[in-house]
Design a binder for this molecule. Sequence first.
Ligand code: CA
Length: 227
Amino acid sequence: MRVLIVEDEYALADVLKATLEHENYTVDIASDGEDGLEQGLTGIYDIILLDVMLPKMNGFSVLEKLRKEKITSHVVMLTAKSELDDKVKGLDCGADDYMTKPFQTRELLARLRAVSRRKGELSDDRVLRFADIELDTKSMELTNAKTGASIKLGAKEFQLLEYLLRNSSQILTREQIAEKIWGFDSDAEYNNVEVYISFLRKKINFIGAACRIKAVRGVGYIMEEAS
Ligand code: CA
């Protein structure tokens, strides 16, 4: 899951980023409204944490413009306690949720897990399943549910497999994958995607799983059950 934090308080943004990364989310930060809008418009974020009072453009305007461009990222507004009407206004503009500052990171994580559940085909909080494999989103361990064989994934391998598993009914293009895993601004070459796909294939083979990452020539990749 990729998260964008739009927040001009650097200390808060950094704490949120560290907390979310600890939970294996991929996190980017924008520190003003214009930057937040520009990054949000890439459409690569599952979740956007959007502060209301921001330099250059306020959170409501950012949200309005994102929704106008049909960006469907789950948006959680971060509002200060004094901004009483913000909650209502945020929901009017198309926010999915709001949190009043200061908030407990534990509560934020619980809400984000609920979003992850709605977006994915999760059977519980932390394990993604496809064919006979299980991916533990907390420990980043990939397990063959039949034999119990397991192997730990690196951070990028994990993000890539998570993305494939959460979208197992569709082909993901190399461009989509590169943007999702390495980010819109990254200098990552598309052949990074191939390199990490090959790492993942080795690990899937290693645990003897009855599924594979199928390459669709000229298009991209999709998970496939072995027949
Ligand atoms: Ca602010």
